[in-house]
Design a protein around this ligand. Structure first.
Ligand code: SF4
Length: 189
Protein backbone atom coordinates (compact mmCIF):
# COMPACT_ATOMS: atom_id res chain seq x y z
CA UNK A 1 0.00 0.00 0.00
CA UNK A 2 1.56 3.31 -1.03
CA UNK A 3 0.23 6.75 -0.24
CA UNK A 4 1.08 10.13 -1.66
CA UNK A 5 1.07 12.39 1.39
CA UNK A 6 0.53 16.07 0.79
CA UNK A 7 2.98 17.93 3.06
CA UNK A 8 2.02 21.43 4.20
CA UNK A 9 5.16 22.09 6.30
CA UNK A 10 7.92 20.32 8.23
CA UNK A 11 6.45 20.46 11.77
CA UNK A 12 3.17 19.00 10.49
CA UNK A 13 5.02 16.17 8.71
CA UNK A 14 6.78 14.85 11.82
CA UNK A 15 3.90 12.96 13.47
CA UNK A 16 2.10 11.66 10.34
CA UNK A 17 5.39 10.25 9.06
CA UNK A 18 5.97 8.45 12.39
CA UNK A 19 2.43 7.07 12.28
CA UNK A 20 2.82 5.77 8.75
CA UNK A 21 6.15 4.16 9.61
CA UNK A 22 4.64 2.62 12.75
CA UNK A 23 1.87 1.05 10.67
CA UNK A 24 4.15 -0.06 7.84
CA UNK A 25 2.56 2.27 5.29
CA UNK A 26 4.81 3.21 2.40
CA UNK A 27 4.47 6.92 1.76
CA UNK A 28 5.98 9.62 -0.42
CA UNK A 29 5.62 13.24 0.64
CA UNK A 30 4.51 15.92 -1.77
CA UNK A 31 5.20 19.58 -0.98
CA UNK A 32 2.69 21.68 -2.90
CA UNK A 33 1.61 24.90 -1.21
CA UNK A 34 0.75 27.91 -3.38
CA UNK A 35 -0.90 29.33 -0.26
CA UNK A 36 2.37 30.17 1.52
CA UNK A 37 3.33 33.84 1.29
CA UNK A 38 5.42 35.93 1.05
CA UNK A 39 8.25 34.47 -1.00
CA UNK A 40 10.89 34.28 1.74
CA UNK A 41 8.42 32.49 4.03
CA UNK A 42 7.67 30.02 1.24
CA UNK A 43 11.39 29.35 0.83
CA UNK A 44 11.88 28.88 4.59
CA UNK A 45 9.08 26.32 4.85
CA UNK A 46 10.25 24.48 1.74
CA UNK A 47 13.79 24.36 3.10
CA UNK A 48 12.58 23.04 6.47
CA UNK A 49 10.78 20.16 4.74
CA UNK A 50 13.88 19.42 2.69
CA UNK A 51 16.02 19.33 5.85
CA UNK A 52 13.64 16.99 7.66
CA UNK A 53 13.30 14.69 4.64
CA UNK A 54 17.07 14.49 4.34
CA UNK A 55 17.55 13.79 8.07
CA UNK A 56 14.94 11.05 8.10
CA UNK A 57 15.34 9.75 4.54
CA UNK A 58 11.77 10.41 3.47
CA UNK A 59 10.85 10.02 -0.18
CA UNK A 60 9.66 13.42 -1.38
CA UNK A 61 8.35 15.24 -4.42
CA UNK A 62 8.49 19.04 -4.48
CA UNK A 63 6.54 21.70 -6.28
CA UNK A 64 9.01 24.56 -5.89
CA UNK A 65 6.96 27.17 -7.75
CA UNK A 66 5.82 30.13 -5.69
CA UNK A 67 2.07 30.35 -6.31
CA UNK A 68 1.10 33.79 -5.04
CA UNK A 69 -0.50 35.18 -8.21
CA UNK A 70 -2.61 32.11 -9.03
CA UNK A 71 -3.73 31.79 -5.41
CA UNK A 72 -4.82 35.42 -5.15
CA UNK A 73 -6.62 35.28 -8.49
CA UNK A 74 -8.58 32.25 -7.27
CA UNK A 75 -9.70 33.73 -3.96
CA UNK A 76 -10.18 37.41 -4.73
CA UNK A 77 -13.71 38.61 -3.80
CA UNK A 78 -14.18 35.28 -1.94
CA UNK A 79 -11.59 35.87 0.76
CA UNK A 80 -13.81 34.69 3.61
CA UNK A 81 -14.21 31.31 1.88
CA UNK A 82 -10.59 31.00 0.84
CA UNK A 83 -9.70 28.03 3.09
CA UNK A 84 -12.15 25.83 1.22
CA UNK A 85 -10.36 26.55 -2.06
CA UNK A 86 -6.98 26.26 -0.36
CA UNK A 87 -7.70 22.75 0.96
CA UNK A 88 -9.45 21.56 -2.17
CA UNK A 89 -6.84 22.71 -4.67
CA UNK A 90 -3.93 21.17 -2.75
CA UNK A 91 -5.76 17.88 -2.16
CA UNK A 92 -6.87 17.72 -5.79
CA UNK A 93 -3.36 18.27 -7.11
CA UNK A 94 -2.05 15.58 -4.74
CA UNK A 95 -4.74 13.10 -5.82
CA UNK A 96 -4.04 13.75 -9.52
CA UNK A 97 -0.35 13.17 -8.99
CA UNK A 98 -1.10 10.04 -6.98
CA UNK A 99 -3.16 8.72 -9.89
CA UNK A 100 -0.52 9.42 -12.48
CA UNK A 101 2.22 8.06 -10.23
CA UNK A 102 0.53 4.75 -9.45
CA UNK A 103 -0.05 5.40 -5.76
CA UNK A 104 -2.92 3.56 -4.06
CA UNK A 105 -4.22 6.55 -2.15
CA UNK A 106 -3.60 10.14 -1.12
CA UNK A 107 -3.57 11.91 2.24
CA UNK A 108 -2.41 15.15 3.85
CA UNK A 109 -0.46 16.43 6.85
CA UNK A 110 -3.19 19.08 7.15
CA UNK A 111 -4.98 16.38 9.18
CA UNK A 112 -2.40 16.86 11.95
CA UNK A 113 -3.05 20.52 12.75
CA UNK A 114 -5.41 21.55 15.52
CA UNK A 115 -5.55 24.98 13.90
CA UNK A 116 -7.04 23.77 10.61
CA UNK A 117 -10.70 23.05 9.95
CA UNK A 118 -10.42 19.26 10.16
CA UNK A 119 -14.02 18.56 9.11
CA UNK A 120 -13.71 20.79 6.04
CA UNK A 121 -10.46 19.08 5.00
CA UNK A 122 -12.12 15.66 5.29
CA UNK A 123 -15.18 16.90 3.37
CA UNK A 124 -13.04 18.28 0.52
CA UNK A 125 -10.87 15.17 0.42
CA UNK A 126 -13.95 12.93 0.20
CA UNK A 127 -15.21 14.96 -2.76
CA UNK A 128 -11.84 14.62 -4.48
CA UNK A 129 -11.88 10.90 -3.72
CA UNK A 130 -15.24 10.44 -5.38
CA UNK A 131 -14.52 12.73 -8.37
CA UNK A 132 -11.14 11.24 -9.18
CA UNK A 133 -11.82 7.70 -7.91
CA UNK A 134 -8.68 7.33 -5.85
CA UNK A 135 -9.00 6.47 -2.13
CA UNK A 136 -8.43 9.16 0.46
CA UNK A 137 -6.30 7.70 3.26
CA UNK A 138 -7.90 9.28 6.33
CA UNK A 139 -6.23 9.47 9.70
CA UNK A 140 -6.81 11.83 12.56
CA UNK A 141 -3.22 12.79 13.32
CA UNK A 142 -4.28 15.37 15.91
CA UNK A 143 -3.74 12.76 18.64
CA UNK A 144 0.01 13.32 18.13
CA UNK A 145 -0.17 17.12 18.42
CA UNK A 146 2.24 17.46 21.36
CA UNK A 147 4.60 14.75 20.14
CA UNK A 148 4.89 16.54 16.79
CA UNK A 149 5.66 19.84 18.51
CA UNK A 150 8.26 18.30 20.83
CA UNK A 151 10.01 16.43 18.04
CA UNK A 152 10.03 19.36 15.64
CA UNK A 153 11.63 21.54 18.34
CA UNK A 154 14.18 18.83 19.15
CA UNK A 155 15.00 18.56 15.42
CA UNK A 156 15.48 22.34 15.33
CA UNK A 157 12.96 22.75 12.52
CA UNK A 158 11.65 26.15 11.45
CA UNK A 159 8.22 26.61 13.06
CA UNK A 160 6.01 29.23 11.45
CA UNK A 161 3.68 31.47 13.41
CA UNK A 162 0.81 31.86 10.93
CA UNK A 163 -1.10 29.56 8.64
CA UNK A 164 0.32 30.59 5.27
CA UNK A 165 -1.50 33.11 3.07
CA UNK A 166 -1.03 36.87 3.38
CA UNK A 167 -4.55 37.13 4.83
CA UNK A 168 -3.66 34.76 7.65
CA UNK A 169 -0.47 36.70 8.31
CA UNK A 170 -2.53 39.84 8.87
CA UNK A 171 -5.02 37.95 11.05
CA UNK A 172 -2.10 36.78 13.20
CA UNK A 173 -0.42 40.13 13.74
CA UNK A 174 -2.99 42.90 13.24
CA UNK A 175 -4.66 43.38 16.64
CA UNK A 176 -7.34 45.73 15.29
CA UNK A 177 -8.34 43.15 12.69
CA UNK A 178 -8.37 40.42 15.35
CA UNK A 179 -10.79 42.46 17.46
CA UNK A 180 -13.01 43.14 14.45
CA UNK A 181 -13.14 39.46 13.47
CA UNK A 182 -13.94 38.46 17.05
CA UNK A 183 -16.77 41.01 17.17
CA UNK A 184 -18.15 39.78 13.82
CA UNK A 185 -18.14 36.21 15.09
CA UNK A 186 -20.00 37.18 18.27
CA UNK A 187 -22.64 39.11 16.34
CA UNK A 188 -23.08 36.15 13.95
CA UNK A 189 -24.17 33.88 16.84
S1 SF4 B 1 -5.77 30.68 6.30
FE1 SF4 B 1 -4.48 28.88 5.85
S2 SF4 B 1 -5.91 27.32 5.07
FE2 SF4 B 1 -6.93 29.31 4.94
S3 SF4 B 1 -6.47 30.07 2.90
FE3 SF4 B 1 -4.91 30.91 4.23
S4 SF4 B 1 -3.24 29.45 4.10
FE4 SF4 B 1 -5.04 28.42 3.31
Amino acid sequence: MSTLLHVCCAPCLVFPALEFERHGIDFTGYFHNPNIHPYREFKKRLQAVQELALQRRYKMLYDKDYGLIGFLQAVVFKESKRCRFCYRSRLEKTALLALSGDFDSFSSTLLYSKYQNHEEIVFQAKQVESNLTIPFHYRDFRSGWQQGIDESIAANLYRQSYCGCIYSEQERYDNRLKKRLKKDRISDV
